[in-house]
Design a protein. Structure first.
Length: 61
């Protein structure tokens, strides 16, 4: 958490993804520490990887 908070204080935007964001009490803790919880944290990583793959395919076509 300390490294993440250091990044936040340096101006980085912090996003929390994955099912762990939805654990009871954990979402509140993350938000208290400046994390943004996506509306779909469980699917966020997969959707991001899909967009990256599409960009790579487009670039290489």
């Amino acid at each position: 958490m300390n490294l993440t908070l250091d990044a936040k204080h340096a101006g980085d935007e912090i996003w929390a993804i994955g099912g762990g964001c939805l654990l009871p009490g954990f979402k509140k803790l993350l938000e208290k520490n400046g994390f943004k919880i996506l509306d779909n944290p469980v699917e966020a990583n997969a959707l991001g990887l899909l967009e990256m793959a599409k960009a790579i395919v487009k670039k290489n076509s």
